[in-house]
Design a protein around this ligand. Sequence first.
Ligand SMILES: NC(=O)c1ccc[n+]([C@@H]2O[C@H](COP(=O)([O-])OP(=O)(O)OC[C@H]3O[C@@H](n4cnc5c(N)ncnc54)[C@H](OP(=O)(O)O)[C@@H]3O)[C@@H](O)[C@H]2O)c1
Length: 259
Amino acid sequence: MTDLTSLSGRAALVTGASRGIGYGIAACLLGRGASVTITGRKEPELAAAAEALAADAGVDAGRVLAVPGNAGDADHRADAVEQTVARFGSLDVLVNNAGINPQYGPLVDADLGAVSKIFEVNVVAALGFVQQAHRAWLGAHGGSIVNVASVGGLRPTGVIGAYGASKAALIKLTEELAGQLGPGVRVNAVAPAVVKTRFAEALYAHDEDGVAAGYPLKRLGVPQDVAEAVAFLVSDAASWITGETLRIDGGSLVAGRHG
Ligand SMILES: NC(=O)c1ccc[n+]([C@@H]2O[C@H](COP(=O)([O-])OP(=O)(O)OC[C@H]3O[C@@H](n4cnc5c(N)ncnc54)[C@H](OP(=O)(O)O)[C@@H]3O)[C@@H](O)[C@H]2O)c1
């Protein structure tokens, strides 16, 4: 029987993948047979991650390509897409995972420069990667895109409002793109609640058990929880799913939690 979850022979580009959720996604896609390009701003960390990914998966180092740069930089986006197609011969899967949140507290006092930066990286850069990937490969050959949003884009967060608004925009962008890019290209999103990474430490490190107690599944997320869902969404097993945002939240939304 054909394994519809196999990604054998496909090439994936995962942004922001030197650690955390992006690294977990890259590892999972590699494990399903894809070749993977990873991005991130800090070159040494990215190179180390590429080495670790190949070693952990037990695959040839040539199956992982590291392209350092800032997702908000148009030249970097073009470079990452171009290098992926040049190295692997295709770009079948794009995962827009890079995201930032430099703003906490009441929106009325928010620094607008920080708010613009959030939207630039979390929304505009994601669309920029879609455009580049579509022109270079997806438009002619088809493929699949997943945007990493957040439960903060589905309901008010209280303290990280600009970030939540940017993730709501990313979810909306996902729906618009799904309508425009079918039938060749599927576009979906995932919306995680708190996943244990450096990015989210401030939300749980003070009392992990206490925070987890508010989730029906009584634990916080780990990168693999998100990675498995992304690997499913980009695979042929999800070939009739597009425009969807999959919550991966330990049940936090049904429990009425904010995060
Ligand atoms: N952790 C959570 O609880 C949670 C929940 C919901 C959604 N998310 C979303 O999941 C995604 C990943 O978050 P994470 O928790 O895995 O964060 P993380 O552990 O801090 O990892 C972030 C990764 O993205 C890279 N990165 C950051 N800014 C970048 C930029 N401007 N351009 C390119 N790469 C960049 C980082 O490397 P460099 O620093 O070297 O650039 C790193 O590899 C984000 O979109 C976040 O909004 C996270």
